[in-house]
Write a new protein. Structure first.
Length: 340
């Protein structure tokens, strides 16, 4: 790679990693019917985007919410609480007009915890994933929830040669948790994945072929018979959305799915097919991409809007809109366009 291209790639990776610290939590939860809204240190959950009902979380002093997962049957929020000797993961659960605090994880406070992520499906919490370690090398960890108590912490992926960032998770049809994340392998960032089996977590592997360019900011969602993943790849000088389908225990070949400057994807609920919400660079705003079960793009809709705040996709009786609950901004209607 020419030195000028390498310098541009390094600068681009630095900028993207800085933005990932803000965007990872918003991209984490698959099939988000519950949406985390954070503003000025306060956090809220929107159980029903169409109803625009905001539930204030009972966060104690020193606590901050990080990510949400859920559906119409219930939602879960994972966050961090700062203590004198480090940070501890906290989990809140809600549904049917109630919010409750789950017991503390068994793990002692750690000086470096990041990106706690509730892993849930069908209104039931399977566990929590998070990053743990140092500032330069983190392990991906997981603790299972049996409905009453947490299991012991498990290592999904030990610390590697560089950073591990932006975990995302889904629960497959058979109840198996699937975790994906981005990891620096010493040359570039790759998307890795692992399944929790009866023998433990499978060995982390690349989701796609080693393309020697950064692959970052993954999202994942369960679909009948498997899962879909979406992420941003450095592709011809720009970050673009790519997708892949998980079938029969393996990932199918990845495909380009988005335009130049498509970043920070998150699967969202609504519609009959899988949908990905992502940020666009030109024009600055947000877009929704509808996919088939193999991850092929079917139709697209986008609108300009504030890029620092992830919107909610609201499916009305006759239209689809982007909304920013609690912001006072009007919802923006979307016009769908079929893709070839």
């Amino acid at each position: 790679m020419p030195s000028s291209s390498l310098r541009r790639l390094v600068r681009s990776r630095r900028l993207l990693l800085a933005a990932l610290a803000v965007a990872a939590a918003a991209s984490a939860a698959a099939e988000q019917a519950a949406v985390l809204v954070a503003e000025r240190g306060a956090a809220a959950v929107l159980p029903d985007p169409a109803a625009e009902r905001i539930v204030t979380l009972p966060l104690a002093e020193g606590e901050r919410a990080a990510a949400v997962a859920g559906d119409a049957d219930g939602w879960y929020v994972a966050g961090l609480r700062s203590e004198e000797i480090g940070e501890r993961i906290v989990v809140l659960a809600g549904g049917a007009g109630e919010t409750r605090r789950l017991p503390a994880l068994r793990e002692a406070p750690s000086r470096f915890l990041a990106s706690p992520l509730p892993v849930a499906a069908g209104g039931r919490l399977a566990g929590v994933a998070w990053l743990e370690g140092g500032e330069r090398a983190q392990a991906v960890r997981y603790a299972a929830w049996d409905g009453e108590a947490w299991g012991a912490a498990e290592t999904v992926s030990p610390p590697g040669p560089g950073s591990q960032l932006a975990p995302a998770a889904a629960v497959l049809d058979d109840g198996t948790p699937l975790v994906v994340w981005s990891a620096f392998d010493g040359a570039d960032d790759e998307i890795l994945w692992s399944l929790r089996t009866v023998e433990g977590w499978s060995e982390p592997r690349r989701l796609a072929v080693d393309d020697r360019v950064p692959d970052v900011a993954p999202a994942v969602a369960a679909v009948p018979g498997g899962a879909l993943a979406a992420w941003s790849r450095y592709d011809e000088g720009e970050y673009r959305l790519w997708t892949a389908a998980f079938r029969d225990g393996r990932w199918q070949p990845a495909r380009r799915a988005g335009e130049p400057g498509s970043l920070f994807p998150a699967f969202v609920s609504g519609g009959e097919r899988p949908r990905v919400l992502y940020r666009t660079a030109d024009p600055a705003g947000w877009a929704v991409l509808e996919l088939d079960a193999a991850g092929r793009p079917l139709r697209w809709a986008g609108a300009t809007g504030p890029v620092r705040e992830r919107p909610v996709v609201v499916e009305g009786a006759s239209d689809t809109r982007l909304a920013w609950p609690g912001s006072g901004r009007p919802a923006v209607p979307l016009a769908w366009r079929d893709l070839p």
